[in-house]
Design a protein around this ligand. Structure first.
Ligand SMILES: Cc1ncc(COP(=O)(O)O)c(C=O)c1O
Length: 392
């Protein structure tokens, strides 16, 4: 590592590096779904250049022609060390991990080993829309446990959902989103321990999607689900995809608690083999060497969160925004604007700004939009200006 030089370069806010003209040259979903007069602040991609250690690892691999099948344990080792450094958690055992092609395919494989077709999967709505689609595709049923008014897990609603899911003694799973997308809520150790104890009492298996774990700001601390008491038979999915914008370089890890090692062994071997070697190289480099870059990103995201809150207070005070401590997503309650169930359509049609419609996030999503904060402050300012124009 180039010592001081590297440090100085990495301290630069990655969210301020690219111009809109450069971003419009991108060919990925965020910048290609809508015409050029639309400002896209929707899908969870970040408007950042690739972190230098990741770019170097990939280009070195390409230069070597190192594009075969993936091998070894460098990825889980790098994540285990990251977990120790960042979260003070030393419970990630490399031998209880499996490579999976990406987080959602890992979620599905985990659900397949702990439930049977037709069984229920509990989710805390509103939640990341593919939870609904992937679970249905795997032939499982969704049971919703709505978040509370405070956007936190409502243990009473969760218990009701667990009872419903386990009716007739069938196996059931709980797909926990930790931290939560779209609200950005960071679950506390106490909340997660309560979840584990409830799951244990009702015989529900917990699968935790922890893809947003590295993206925590405002003095918050991510608590891995598997680190809380009672979570020994849990399964977790982690990846560098969100923290370092690696959706195009896919690769994730399925991690088993000590009492779930047997479940991990039942994941078909072809699942791990389907993982991209270049993806694994990228994710490994991110967790191993991408800490400084991540810190610079998190500082920029924290600024953006405050900027959005200030802009909304000034230009759209009817929108309710409760900044969470995690993810780069802002969940905006637009119901007081009187735009109906789908304000995203109004902001798109009248303001040329693309946000995610809350409707796709399940019960409780109506009247809400999700805004992606992982962009330049100027674009957030422009987005709010457009949103205000749309409702003027
Ligand atoms: C909660 C959550 N899980 C999974 C994913 C997708 O992960 P992957 O592309 O690795 O399947 C996302 C992407 O935004 C997400 O927010």
């Amino acid at each position: 590592m180039s010592g001081l030089l590297g440090g100085a370069r990495n301290a630069v806010n990655p969210l301020r590096q690219l111009t809109i003209d450069q971003l419009r040259q991108r060919t990925s979903l965020k910048w290609r779904e809508y015409p050029d007069d639309v400002l896209p602040l929707w899908v969870a991609e970040m408007d950042v250049p690739l972190a230098e250690p990741v770019a170097r690892a990939i280009t070195d691999a390409v230069a070597r022609g190192d594009t075969g099948y993936t091998a070894g344990t460098a990825y889980p080792q790098a994540l285990a060390e990251f977990a120790r450094r960042r979260w003070g958690w030393d419970g990630l055992a490399v031998e209880r991990t499996a490579l999976v092609p990406d987080v959602m395919h890992g979620v599905i494989e985990a659900l397949r080993v702990v439930t049977e077709p037709g069984d229920a999967v509990v989710v805390n709505c509103p939640v990341y829309p593919p939870f609904y689609e992937f679970v249905a595709h795997a032939g499982r049923r969704i049971v919703e446990a709505p978040l509370g008014e405070d956007l936190r897990i409502d243990l009473g609603a969760l218990e009701d959902a667990f009872r419903q899911a386990r009716a007739g003694g069938r196996p059931a799973a709980y797909l926990l989103c930790n931290p939560h997308n779209p609200t950005g809520v960071l679950h506390t150790a106490d909340e997660l321990a309560a979840v584990a104890s409830l799951a244990e009492r009702h015989g529900v298996r917990v699968v935790a999607d922890e893809i947003h774990a590295p993206v925590v700001v405002g003095g918050g601390r991510f608590v891995p689900y598997l680190s809380v008491p009672g979570a020994e038979n849990g399964l977790s999915l982690m990846s560098a995809s969100k923290g370092w914008n690696l959706a195009g370089l896919r690769g994730a890890l399925l991690i088993a608690g000590p009492a779930a090692a047997g479940d991990l062994a039942r994941v078909p071997v072809d699942v791990s083999v389907s993982t991209s070697h270049l993806g694994v190289i990228a994710h490994t480099a991110a967790f191993r060497d991408g800490g400084e870059w991540l810190d610079a990103l998190l500082t920029g995201l924290d600024d953006n969160r405050r900027l959005l809150a200030a802009l909304l207070a000034e230009h759209l005070p009817a929108i309710r925004y409760r900044p969470g401590q995690a993810t780069y997503l802002a969940w905006l309650d637009c119901r007081a604007l009187g735009l109906g169930d789908d304000p995203a359509t109004v902001f798109l049609d009248r303001g040329q700004v693309a946000l995610n419609s809350g409707l796709a996030f399940g019960t409780g999503g109506g009247g809400h939009v999700r805004l992606n904060l992982a962009t330049a402050p100027e674009l957030i300012t422009e987005a709010v200006r457009r949103m205000a124009t749309a409702v003027a």
